[in-house]
Design a protein around this ligand. Structure first.
Ligand SMILES: C[S@@+](CC[C@H](N)C(=O)[O-])C[C@H]1O[C@@H](n2cnc3c(N)ncnc32)[C@H](O)[C@@H]1O
Length: 260
């Protein structure tokens, strides 16, 4: 059972609506799937192949919608339970959108704070806005500990080391260039305090690149509940604990020794 930082059970979550990630994807695929099935019902030639394509597109759309509406919420609830929050942490969610992760985190921080940063792109999430996020936080009874900021992940308006935990769910890959994505990852590490935890969930091939850029952390696939249509569009979690001065020096030393 999910619990507050103080060990009491979390109350059930009422009414928040988190929208659909990249809504054009299920609309286009779903419409193409329906069109193929209708065509298969009318045509004789190529009926089996057309019906098969339609079925695949509809299955893709169903899995996608399950992930965006339910699966990712369950996965994040599980992952946030795993990281040992005490309940008084300052957490930052990068690309928070309508608050799916931000609010799930805030529920575990009765004596802490959850900040979200976003540019509110409606292409990346339906109905995306700061107001929608704050309304969701209020509906989940965590409005008093949630703040949102209109800010670009590649240039965060926060001081170095201001957060105990930084999260980001399916957001960094939206930055078009590799350099921009690396800047966002650098910014996430900069605003994290030494010893703090960074959790980035993104497409598996992207998460691997972020890990290579940072040069540390563990990678773990998050399972079928977080597939955007199928395993080829699965999400992997990068988990990094920012080195404290001592451990950083040790890591550096080990690397230097390894190179010698
Ligand atoms: C697919 S949505 C995911 C939202 C949320 N993390 C979730 O899992 O429900 C991606 C989010 O990243 C935001 N985003 C994209 N580029 C951004 C940038 N450069 N800085 C801040 N936010 C950005 C979008 O506005 C959108 O809200």
């Amino acid at each position: 059972m999910s619990t507050n930082g103080d060990g009491s059970p979390l109350p059930p979550l009422h009414r928040p609506r988190y929208g659909v990630d990249a809504p054009a994807v299920p609309i286009v695929n779903g419409a193409a799937g329906v069109a193929c099935c209708l065509a298969a019902a009318r045509w004789r030639r190529g009926r089996t192949a057309t019906a098969a394509v339609g079925a695949v597109l509809l299955a893709f759309t169903g899995v996608y919608l399950h992930t965006t509406l339910r699966g990712k919420l369950r996965v994040w609830a599980r992952e946030l339970d795993r990281i040992g929050l005490k309940g008084d942490e300052q957490l930052l969610d990068l690309g928070c959108g309508r608050g799916a992760v931000l609010i799930e985190a805030a529920r575990r921080l009765p004596a802490g704070r959850a900040d979200g940063a976003d540019l509110w792109s409606g292409k990346d999430q339906s109905g995306n806005s700061a107001e929608a996020t704050l309304a969701n936080a209020a509906a989940a009874a965590v409005g008093d500990r949630v703040q949102v900021h209109t800010a670009d992940m590649t240039a965060l308006p926060f001081a170095d080391g201001s957060f105990d935990v930084v999260t980001s769910a399916l957001a960094i890959h939206n930055i078009p260039s590799h350099e921009g994505r690396c800047r966002a990852v650098d910014e996430a590490m900069r605003v994290l305090r030494p010893g703090g935890q960074l959790l980035i969930a993104d497409f598996w091939w992207m998460a691997g690149k972020y890990a290579a850029h940072i040069g540390q952390g563990t990678l773990r696939p998050l399972g079928s509940g977080y597939w955007y249509g199928g395993p080829f569009l699965g999400i992997t979690l990068l988990h990094v604990v920012k080195p404290t001065e001592g451990t950083g020096a040790q890591t550096m030393r080990r690397r230097t020794e390894g190179n010698a």
